[in-house]
Design a protein around this ligand. Structure first.
Ligand code: UDP
Length: 367
């Protein structure tokens, strides 16, 4: 139908899909805008992309830009060119970007120069660590966005401190948690436990993919040293991110990681089932810190900082250092008293995407 304003969503990598799905659904139910979905192809294979479209019921992308790997610069350059072509043809009224990946940054740069308003879902998060590519992406995207949709109060504060005008900041809550709440019951436990030979609360789940943790063999190896004592107590299931798999192969570390129960990256529902029934989760992922907080599963984050401090203050997250130096102490505490329980932060209630839709409709003069 023409005449309705056009909202165009840009996704590119695994952590984008679970954030855009509830927003598209909330807008579709309300029916006041037309929507377009562009998939940049930053992640494009079955395990990092296709399975999420199926698991989350995402519509098929209207455009698939097919921009694959390359260095940070090569990838960003290719994204800029292809997204510019797409936006020139689509001419949307709002471009929606989510999270902090290179596709988020590229779409923001292109949209800002074309004078198309940008809405950033998951705005305001800051690790204050510019050595992370994601932090650069967050800062630039927020600087260019007209609608900044924040998941937590700390994000509002960060934006205010950076001088973002109050009227651009909208505390809507966490859309990724909308997805988790919607799909938790469907997650296939105990089947997935049986598939991997693990029992309820008698295993750990590990994800590792931050460049700072896995790119250098020496750093990665130090982390593995810290994980070995945990693995003697609990089997550690490790769905290996493609970047990490590449590093393991390049650095000849196959033998070194053999004490971990490795698998291919998992689909959303399988991975959710595992997190929900694990004893603990070990990770350097952003999203996993949030999901474990809502699931009430202790999460040990292999980083020195986090852009999601609410998961530490209110949730189940503990920072154990990028090299895992505090893991032994944290694990001991878990063995002693079961670890942090935590509670869901404000507006992590399953209705964040509806609030996003309301903000868009006001912005577009529809309500
Ligand atoms: N995830 C998944 N399968 C896996 C590992 C992670 O479905 O094998 C999900 C996880 O539950 C979360 C998202 O992927 O929803 C997090 O993505 P990732 O860790 O790649 O990115 P980050 O959050 O660190 O940006």
């Amino acid at each position: 139908m023409t005449g309705r304003p056009k909202v165009l969503h840009v996704v590119g990598a695994r952590p984008n899909f679970m954030k855009v799905a509830p927003v598209m659904e909330a807008l579709a139910v309300r029916g006041l805008v037309q929507q377009r979905l562009i998939h940049t192809g930053q992640h494009s294979d079955e395990r990092m992309a296709d399975v999420f479209f199926r698991d989350l019921g995402l519509p098929r992308p209207d455009r698939d830009l097919g921009v694959g790997g390359g260095s940070q610069a090569e990838q960003t350059a290719a994204l800029l060119v292809r997204i510019e072509e797409a936006l020139e043809e689509e001419r949307p009224d709002i471009v929606v970007v989510v999270g902090d990946v290179n596709s988020t940054l590229a779409a923001s740069l292109v949209a800002a120069k074309a004078a198309i308003p940008i809405a950033h879902v998951e705005a305001g998060l800051r690790s204050f660590d510019l050595s992370m590519p994601e932090e650069i992406n967050r800062i630039v995207t927020d600087r260019l966005a007209s609608i900044l949709l924040t998941p937590s109060r700390d994000a509002d504060l960060n934006l205010r401190r950076e001088g973002v005008p109050e009227e651009k900041i909208h505390f809507v809550g966490n859309v990724m948690i909308d997805t988790l709440r919607r799909h938790r019951e469907r997650a296939p436990w105990p089947e997935v436990g049986a598939r991997f030979g693990v029992e309820e609360r008698r295993f750990a789940v590990l994800t590792l993919h931050r460049p700072g943790n896995v790119d250098e063999a020496a750093t990665f190896s130090r982390i593995l040293d810290r994980l070995e004592p945990v693995a003697r107590k609990l089997p550690i299931l490790f769905p290996v991110h493609p970047r990490t798999a590449r590093r393991v192969a390049e650095n000849g570390m196959e033998e070194r990681v053999s004490f971990l129960k490795r698998t291919e990256p998992l689909g959303y529902l399988d991975f959710l089932a595992l997190m929900d029934h694990a004893a603990i989760v070990l990770t350097d992922s952003g999203g996993v810190q949030e999901e474990t907080t809502v699931l009430g599963v202790p999460c040990f984050t292999l980083r020195d900082n986090t852009e999601r401090p609410v998961t530490i203050a209110q949730g189940t997250n503990t920072l154990v250092g990028a090299d895992g130096r505090d893991l032994a102490a944290a694990f001991l505490e878990f063995e002693r008293d079961g670890g942090k329980r935590g509670r869901a932060p404000e507006k992590w209630d399953g209705a964040a995407a509806t609030r996003v839709a309301e903000v868009f409709e006001r912005f577009l003069g529809l309500s």
